[in-house]
Ligand binder design. Structure first.
Ligand code: APR
Length: 276
């Protein structure tokens, strides 16, 4: 169970914060059933990131250059876990801080849309959002409803299975300009999204929460350094190890779905205490 001391310390730090930024990774969505990347049994433990983690998987697919081995299993797994995924208590706790009136923005490396669905309104998705498509021809972006994405995804996997690339291209050509659309997510080697906005948030917060990330991927992993340099306090919550040891003022080894609700409950108690 989570040690009471750091939980109380974290709550008091949050209670006094003027501007909070939560920097999140796959660990925050793990309790929603979405596998992380680098944990044992994670996605990059079972699939090759060099084959499947780059953006060229889409360009190759649409160029009829076929797909790397494992593509079908990879896409099918991503689709099936997303279909079941809903915000977990960790997402909910971050949304609770916003509804309690705290100034909080979430900078996430996750593409699963769960922070928005969980209720946070200021979400910066530096690795994109799988529910958003982008046209390869005109750059137009369109947000898809969950069911629409899953319908498209199932059809795409079906055409991939049948090797029916013609129908696949037809399915993907859904922009008004007639162009082909792909998921608006960032693969290795592709430019990240909204990074200047993310850096500005990190530089102007007085409390950074680092939640469920190994800090293995740049430039996203530079963000805690920006906050530290600007004088922010840092709290890290990670289920297995602290990945920002030298920066964190408070380090909690716990699942975010366990620790964050406890911390937010303590913040409520502190506030009640002050109001009495
Ligand atoms: N609660 C808190 N932390 C958790 C939990 C949990 N329930 N489950 C796992 N973790 C921790 C793991 O200990 C690990 O340190 O979350 C971290 C997940 O690390 P990664 O799998 O590397 O995921 P992430 O840091 O988000 O990866 C960054 O790499 O492949 C790219 O684009 C991909 O956005 C991703 C980026």
């Amino acid at each position: 169970m989570t040690d009471e001391g750091p939980i109380r310390e974290a709550a008091s730090m949050i209670g006094g914060a003027k501007k909070i930024v939560a920097f999140t990774g796959a660990g925050v969505s793990e309790e929603s059933g979405i596998p992380t990347f680098r944990d044992p049994g994670g996605l990059w433990d079972r699939f090759d990131p060099n084959e499947l983690g780059g953006g060229d998987i889409f360009s190759n697919l649409f160029a009829g250059a076929g797909t790397p081995s494992g593509s079908l299993e990879f896409m099918s797994e991503i689709l099936s876990v997303l279909k079941e995924a809903t915000p977990n208590p960790g997402h909910q706790a971050l949304a609770d801080l916003e509804s309690m009136g705290f100034s909080i923005s979430v900078i996430t490396q996750n593409i699963d849309n769960l922070h928005r669905e969980g209720g946070n309104s200021r979400v910066i998705e530096v690795h994109g959002n799988i529910f958003r498509l982008v046209c390869l021809n005109c750059g137009e972006k369109q947000m898809l409803a969950r069911e629409e994405l899953f319908r498209l995804g199932d059809e795409l996997v079906g055409f991939l299975e049948a090797g029916d690339f013609e129908s696949l291209i037809k399915l993907a050509s859904r922009c008004g300009c007639g162009g082909i659309c792909r998921p608006d997510v960032v693969g290795f080697g592709e430019p990240v999204q909204d990074m200047p906005q993310a850096i500005e948030e990190a530089k102007t917060c007085d409390l950074l929460l680092i939640l469920g990330t190994s800090g293995a991927v740049y430039p996203a992993a530079y963000l805690p350094g920006h906050a530290k340099k600007a004088g922010a306090k840092i709290i890290e919550i990670n289920a297995t190890q602290c990945c920002f040891q030298e920066m964190a003022d408070i380090r909690i080894i716990a699942k975010t779905g366990d620790a964050l609700p406890l911390i937010v409950e303590r913040v409520r108690e502190l506030r009640r205490g002050i109001q009495q």
